[in-house]
Design a protein around this ligand. Structure first.
Ligand SMILES: Cc1cc2nc3c(=O)[nH]c(=O)nc-3n(C[C@H](O)[C@H](O)[C@H](O)COP(=O)(O)O)c2cc1C
Length: 383
């Protein structure tokens, strides 16, 4: 049996194989952040197709951290029943599901559009655009940390198998970690010890609100893709990963921090120019040296031999996939049955389309293109 199909224990949770569905926002929540049946069915289908561990799309921990208008929320108890339907549906299929929780910080576009304060770590955050910004006070920071804790309480009440902190991709945790956005000179900024205080306090707030054995995980942006001297480095990422492990985090998904053009280049492919597979594996190798908890690595994983080699080398314990499962939700099941082709995903990132009101439509547009082409051919053939 391929190592990819061996079970793994993460904290108190056993997963049936090494495939993780990396958190994927689908733009399906209502104005109150509540989810409906389409979201439930999506997760159920992934579980039925043997994805070992599903991370739900990111959910905002409070309204000031909302990135998209139709993003999942986990800031109110009224949202819990919808998620209970989701966790039951996944468990009925023998799957495991954790919720990813987040605050957008400077990227909280939907919050700002609704008239919330635009909370930023530092006034000099280059990406803050033209809105009026409020540099977070100590009280603002403490209040967001509490909201992460309350959100995790709801996650456990909703029946999820664990909670994953979104600590990557330029959102709030990253904004504190990265010297490119964190120019504070108080206890939340400056030294690495100070920049990592926010995420460590988030972990502690979660621990105060869930049972001692509830798995707390993180998707960690282990380094920025910025010019030398500008951003969060992989050496710092390794120190943060080790500190998170000491704090009780039981699973780390290795991802990237603040992106930029350099990151677009490695993560985005065109049909004519496929991306390099496994582009975050060199970072995972460094995180592996600093930690002993199970690791997942995300980013461009597409073919079985590459995935197997990453696990066999001991660099990571799990392979996380996002875009391939948008295109082929049954991919893991097919691989389990002996299908040996790589994922069809061409890594174009066209799956995410957002309108001016901040509502998104997520689907594989390569498939749509192919369907249209087929239809045109059929019409032409019938004349
Ligand atoms: C449509 C879409 C939605 C995403 N939503 C999230 C999310 O909610 N949380 C997150 O951490 N990453 C999110 N990501 C990033 C992916 O989880 C993943 O890190 C990235 O796409 C690289 O992995 P891949 O090459 O397997 O797609 C999203 C990506 C896409 C394309």
């Amino acid at each position: 049996m391929s190592i990819l199909f061996e079970p793994l224990t993460i904290g108190r949770m056993e997963i049936q194989n090494r495939f993780v569905r990396s958190a994927t926002y689908f733009g399906l929540a209502d104005a109150n952040g509540c989810i409906g049946d389409t979201s439930v069915q999506l997760m159920k289908a992934l579980a039925a197709n043997r994805v070992g561990l599903i991370m739900s799309g990111y959910a905002y921990v409070n309204r000031t951290g909302q990135v998209f208008a139709d993003m999942n929320g986990i800031d109110a108890d009224e949202q819990i029943p919808g998620y209970q339907r989701m966790t039951h549906a996944v468990h009925d299929e023998g799957g495991r599901i954790c919720m990813q929780i987040a605050h957008g910080g400077v990227a909280s576009t939907a919050a700002v559009a609704r008239g919330e304060r635009h909370l930023v770590v530092s006034a000099r955050d280059a990406r803050a655009g033209s809105s009026v910004k409020t540099v977070m006070s100590d009280a603002d920071i403490e209040s967001i940390i509490d909201d992460f804790g309350q959100a995790a309480r709801r996650v456990q009440e909703a029946g999820f198998d664990g909670v994953q902190i979104h600590g990557a991709h330029g959102y709030l945790v990253t904004q504190f970690l990265s010297p490119s956005s964190n120019r504070r000179d108080d206890r939340w900024g400056g030294s690495l010890q100070n920049r990592m205080r926010f995420v460590l306090e988030v972990v502690r707030a979660i621990q105060r609100n869930v049972t001692a054995d509830f798995p707390i995980m993180i998707k960690l942006g282990c380094r920025d893709y910025l010019d030398a001297g500008q951003g969060f480095t992989i050496e710092e990422g390794a120190e943060v990963a080790a500190a998170l492990e000491r704090e009780g985090v039981c699973f780390i998904e290795v991802s990237h921090g603040v992106g930029g053009r350099a990151f677009s280049k490695v993560s985005r492919g065109k049909e004519s120019k496929p991306i390099r597979e496994a582009y975050l594996v060199p970072d995972a190798e460094i995180i592996r040296q600093a930690t002993t908890v199970p690791l997942a690595v995300v980013g461009g994983m597409r073919s079985l031999p590459v995935m197997e080699s990453v696990l066999e080398a001991g660099t990571a314990d799990c392979i996380a996939l996002c875009r391939p499962l948008i295109r082929q939700p049954d991919l893991v099941q097919r691989w389990a049955e002996g299908y040996a082709q790589p994922a069809d995903c061409v890594s174009c990132f066209a799956c995410l389309k957002t309108d001016k009101d901040g509502n998104s439509d997520v689907q594989c547009r390569e498939i749509l293109k192919k369907q249209k082409k087929k239809k045109r051919k059929a019409v032409a053939g019938s004349h």
